[in-house]
Design a protein around this ligand. Structure first.
Ligand SMILES: Nc1nc2c(ncn2[C@@H]2O[C@H](COP(=O)(O)OP(=O)(O)OP(=O)(O)O)[C@@H](O)[C@H]2O)c(=O)[nH]1
Ligand SMILES: [Mg+2]
Length: 454
């Protein structure tokens, strides 16, 4: 695709740094090179050169890289200038470059957008570049790299290929057989549609992990007041982040902190103790705690092992019957240091994992960590780890629903030509994931979320 205007932007972060890089892309890149460097450097070779201003004064010396199109990131002629990282120098260079007619500052994500429009990368890869830059954990970074290298695209391509093969079998029959009965001979239409839906469902199910891979595993510490939730919070963070006192209802607001184990991000949330109270502030805190519990991936329900009181058990059973029914949770029995054998409490509940600890003696904290490490291993060892973005998920779901409709229509009408047409449409729907038929508006929206210079 040809663009009249050439674009320029600083591609390193703003502010002082050892080196700053400016990228120019477009038809006028060679003119920029002649103006600033007085030559066009050899392609793809780092060349140490003087940089000149418009009055031919040397303003700096640095490295220039010349990538003639189409063998560049954007597919256009690209010039990259590496200078000392002075914001004034970098601004001066950009001013010189933009003083040339038809050269302007690049919009957010415009280099990647041009790479996409010039078919250097597909939309999945463009999105993966952005995800990679914004990754908050090692596992998210690895997933983005996989998508960038076409791992996710391969899954989608396989489904599209299945539709193409199925369609061509149908079309051969339409073209060559006159007798209607022969149309369907050896062609198990419903089974074929089911098979495509099955492959789509497989990816939809994989997306369940996407939220965790991207945002981390959310663990909420919940339970009655004064049982040691904040103490556990602090121990797991190695930081006295949350206030601990022997007064019931110390924690009121929710506290959120991130940490990572084995490259997997965790979000740990400390909450207000749940109990009956007339205190207005505490009640707001309890409401917030319940909201966090509902959004948790794991709930660590903390109990004081020494309190054989009815309320603790009541709260726990309320949890079991209502909130936690579909949640993963672990019961942590704290204050084991005060444990009195005569007061043994039967907290054992079938199918629920529980751990005895004492934050005072540092006992059992390692067991909680082991529990978390186990969770990370389950994630890391999953070969099919990738992040299914909501845009991809929406397309997959609408293609699946469309295929279900196609199947129904076929059963009712037995119209093979209509079936071929519908299958072609479902193929087009899936292609939107790559952006080959995606509307300009959606594409601009996707790239507008990128950072400047990308
Ligand atoms: N003996 C003993 N005391 C503990 C232990 N863990 C916490 N405590 C004490 O129990 C009291 C309450 O601890 P917190 O961590 O504030 O309890 P919490 O569940 O966050 O309480 P709220 O914020 O009020 O809901 C503090 O005095 C802690 O020092 C433990 O393992 N053994
Ligand atoms: Mg607390």
């Amino acid at each position: 695709m040809f663009f009249n205007d050439t674009i320029v932007a600083q591609i390193t972060p703003y502010g002082k740094s050892a080196v700053g890089i400016i990228r120019v892309s477009g038809v006028l890149s060679s003119l920029v090179s002649l103006k600033i460097l007085k030559i066009i450097p050899k392609p793809k070779i780092a060349t140490y050169l003087s940089f000149f201003d418009l009055s031919n004064n040397i303003i700096d010396k640095g490295i220039a890289l010349w990538f003639p199109g189409p063998n560049s990131f954007t597919g256009e002629d690209v010039l990259e200038l590496q200078t000392h990282g002075s914001p004034i120098l970098l601004n001066l260079l950009i001013d010189i470059i933009t003083s040339i007619k038809n050269i302007r500052i690049a919009r957010k994500g415009e280099f990647s957008e041009r790479a996409f429009l010039n078919k250097k990368i597909d939309l999945i890869q463009a999105e993966a570049i952005n995800d990679l830059i914004n990754s908050r954990s090692e596992i998210e970074l690895k997933c983005s790299l996989k998508s960038l290298h076409g791992f996710f695209s391969k899954y989608i391509k396989n489904i599209i290929q299945k539709i193409i093969v199925f369609r061509s079998e149908i079309e051969v029959r339409i073209d060559f057989f006159e007798n209607e009965e022969e149309y369907f001979l050896n062609l198990n239409i419903e089974k074929n549609i089911d098979n495509i839906i099955f492959s789509i469902n497989k990816i939809i199910n994989m997306s369940n992990n996407s939220k965790i891979l991207k945002n981390g595993i959310k663990i909420v510490l919940a339970g009655p007041p004064n049982v040691g939730k904040s103490s556990i919070f602090n121990k797991l963070l190695f930081n006295n982040r949350s206030i601990v006192t022997n007064i019931k209802g110390t924690t009121r607001d929710t506290l959120h902190e991130n940490f990572s184990i084995n490259g997997v991000l965790f979000e740990l949330v400390d909450t207000a103790g749940i109990h009956e109270t007339d205190n207005v502030i505490e009640n707001i805190g309890i409401k917030r705690a319940i909201k966090e519990i509902k959004n948790a991936d794991y709930i660590f329900f903390v109990i004081d092992i020494n309190l054989n009181n009815f309320i603790q058990l009541q709260i726990l059973s309320k949890f079991l019957s209502k909130l936690l029914i579909k949640k993963n949770f672990l019961i942590i029995l704290n204050k084991f240091d005060l444990y009195n054998k005569k007061k043994i409490i039967k907290y054992k509940i079938k199918g629920i994992k529980y751990i005895y600890i004492s934050t005072l003696n540092n006992l059992g904290i390692d067991l909680i960590r082991k529990f978390l490490i186990k969770k990370t291993k389950l994630l890391i060892n999953n070969e099919a780890n990738f992040i299914v973005k909501s845009r991809h998920l929406n397309i997959l779901k609408s293609t699946k629903n469309f295929l279900l409709k196609i199947k129904k229509k076929w059963i009712l009408s037995r119209n093979i030509e209509l079936l071929a047409e519908d299958l072609f449409f479902s193929q087009k729907l899936l292609n939107e994931i790559y952006g080959s038929v995606t509307s300009k508006k959606i594409i601009s929206y996707i790239f507008s979320n990128f950072c400047i210079g990308k």
